[in-house]
Design a protein around this ligand. Structure first.
Ligand SMILES: Cc1cc2nc3c(=O)[nH]c(=O)nc-3n(C[C@H](O)[C@H](O)[C@H](O)COP(=O)(O)OP(=O)(O)OC[C@H]3O[C@@H](n4cnc5c(N)ncnc54)[C@H](O)[C@@H]3O)c2cc1C
Ligand code: FES
Length: 506
């Protein structure tokens, strides 16, 4: 592996974190917002602006979750094709999905302008391009649907890419932003007048009531309303059977010759997504893709290698200087769940954003603010977590949940990968069997071994090793843990317990 590459996202290295305090003791606010990503920070900012006292509770640092790993295309070109949205949600539903995406994009533009945020926001066209005649035919069909839904879309033969393509669907007036600069600008404006941004404050329990009680590892937050903006809601079983976690990868490197600033997606399955970003006077190309179900790939370095190969073969990039990855959460029927949690009055969720969480995270902030303030929104029913599943989603629902059930059983019955620590080389991770019990073991390059239970503390699936990120990932609902078992990603709220290993022979 090339050790000179930066393993943090371009956004993380170009916008260092701010220091927000840790919670100290109990607190009372109007709204407790759990999660300091785009959904949580946008909701908290808009509520505070409307006069509410809010507390953002973030277990790590703000913007260290998926929002720090994004590629930040702000787009109306959703992952679910408009033809599918029309089939499953009707013409009105497809139009509302497009309108709400436009409204979210304009919300970001307005905040950038009115707050004077220096965050590299720029309006650009989006190109979804086809490299084969078949892909072009599919795009032509989707073009009609996208236009009917309200997008300013056209078919173009000439696409400003440095390799030949058959054509593209061009959509006007989309946007790019530096996500950390934009959202740190919102986060900075939340504290004060009874509102807080609290970091390194993990939520361990939520008790709905009048008022609600949110238990953290540093005290209890009492609030009238609670927002779970944690990518996947914490321990909410009903909704989790309708959410499926996927891992996606990104690489970046300086361009040797110019590329028109735009959003570019190819038509492969899974697709690649591209954009540019200026850093210290140099323009970088960012390429994302190589998605797979969480836990389905242990050799995650292979995915980076494929992405690097794709990039170096097609673009004037000599070396890739940054690589990073993250999770996207796919909803069963193609649209996110934003609103009151099923059966709740005061607990709200925002999840299932697919690969368009910049748009949907912003929309979540707007929609949840309306709900909490008691304002009407034309988008409430479309995104309601209580909506009926369209029939077309049933096959995916059964398939994905059959996969979860399979993983739950198969991983328990599977043979251990090794019997003894001596079979785990430094830098490797394996599941061992020790005195009849499975133990997940990672050895640092210096040989130090970390042994933890492989049973996810969320609902009991077994975790799988993710080699490139050095984490134990749960294939069922996407929880992630460090080699020592610390929760990196919800929905799990508790760490993996550590386990004892017999000593290596001297
Ligand atoms: C490589 C990649 C590329 C992407 N590209 C795009 C793109 O181009 N356009 C686009 O629109 N979307 C894109 N996405 C998707 C988008 O980034 C995400 O959907 C979005 O950032 C999710 O935001 P969020 O606020 O829901 O979650 P997050 O940003 O993950 O925030 C959730 C926060 O909750 C915190 N948390 C979790 N549990 C607890 C707890 N118990 N207590 C306290 N805090 C907790 C986490 O630490 C985290 O910081 C991409 C994603 C990836 C990974
Ligand atoms: S995340 Fe649900 S069982 Fe692991």
């Amino acid at each position: 592996m090339d050790d000179t590459r930066n393993h943090r996202s371009l956004w993380t290295v170009t916008a260092p974190p701010r220091d927000f305090p840790v919670a100290r003791g109990d607190l009372t606010v109007d709204v407790a917002v759990i999660g300091g990503g785009i959904a949580g920070l946008t909701t908290a900012f808009l509520l505070k602006r409307a006069g509410k006292r809010v507390a953002v509770l973030e277990m790590h640092r703000v913007l260290s979750g998926q929002t720090g790993q994004t590629t930040a295309h702000l787009t109306e070109l959703l992952d679910t094709p408009y033809s599918t949205l029309r089939r499953d949600f009707g013409e009105k539903g497809a139009r509302l999905a497009a309108t709400s995406s436009r409204v979210a994009l304009e919300q970001v533009a307005t905040l950038v302008e009115t707050l004077g945020l220096d965050c590299d926001f720029q309006r650009v066209p989006a190109f979804r391009f086809a490299e084969t005649t078949r892909e072009l035919e599919a795009l032509e069909q989707e073009l009609t649907e996208a236009r009917d839904a309200g997008l300013l879309a056209s078919l173009v033969r000439s696409v400003p890419l440095p390799f030949p393509v058959k054509g593209a669907m061009r959509v006007e007036d989309q946007a790019l932003v530096h996500p950390r600069k934009y959202l740190l600008g919102l986060a900075d404006r939340i504290p004060g007048d009874g509102s807080h941004v609290l970091e390194q404050t993990r939520v361990t329990e939520i008790h709905e009531g009048t008022p609600c009680r949110v238990v953290t590892d540093h005290g209890v937050v009492t609030a009238t309303d609670v927002v779970e903006a944690t990518t996947v809601p914490l321990n909410r079983v009903a909704l989790q059977t309708r959410l499926y976690p996927y891992r996606t990868y990104a690489v970046a490197g300086p361009l040797e010759s110019p590329l028109e600033a735009a959003q570019y997606d190819d038509s492969q399955e899974p697709y690649h997504y591209l954009r540019t970003q200026r850093v210290d006077g140099r323009v970088y190309l960012i390429v994302g893709g190589e998605d797979h179900k969480v836990g389905a790939e242990q050799d995650t370095d292979r995915r980076y290698a494929a992405l690097e190969d794709y990039t170096l073969k097609r673009f004037p990039v000599r070396s890739l200087t940054h690589r990073w990855s993250g999770q996207v959460i796919e909803p069963v029927d193609g649209l996110p769940f934003i609103g009151r949690n099923v059966g709740s009055r005061h607990v709200h969720v925002a999840t299932g954003f697919s690969g368009t969480g910049m748009t949907f995270g912003t929309l979540a902030g707007m929609l949840l603010t309306d709900l909490i303030l008691g304002n009407e929104s034309p988008f409430t029913a479309l995104y309601s977590p209580s909506r009926k599943k369209p029939l077309a989603g049933v096959r995916d629902f059964l398939q994905e949940n059959a996969d979860v059930a399979f993983r739950f059983v198969a991983d328990r019955l599977s043979r251990p990968e090794a019997q003894h620590l001596s079979e785990v080389a430094p830098g490797e991770a394996k599941v061992l069997e020790v005195e009849g019990q499975k133990v997940a073991v990672y050895r640092e390059p210096d040989g130090t071994a970390h042994a933890v239970s492989p049973v996810c503390t969320h609902l009991g699936c077994h975790v799988h090793w993710n080699g490139a990120e050095r984490s134990w990932d749960c294939p069922c609902h996407g929880a992630r843990y460090s080699p020592t078992g610390k929760v990196l990603n919800g929905p799990a709220m508790k760490d993996l317990p550590s386990r004892q290993l017999p000593k290596l022979p001297e």
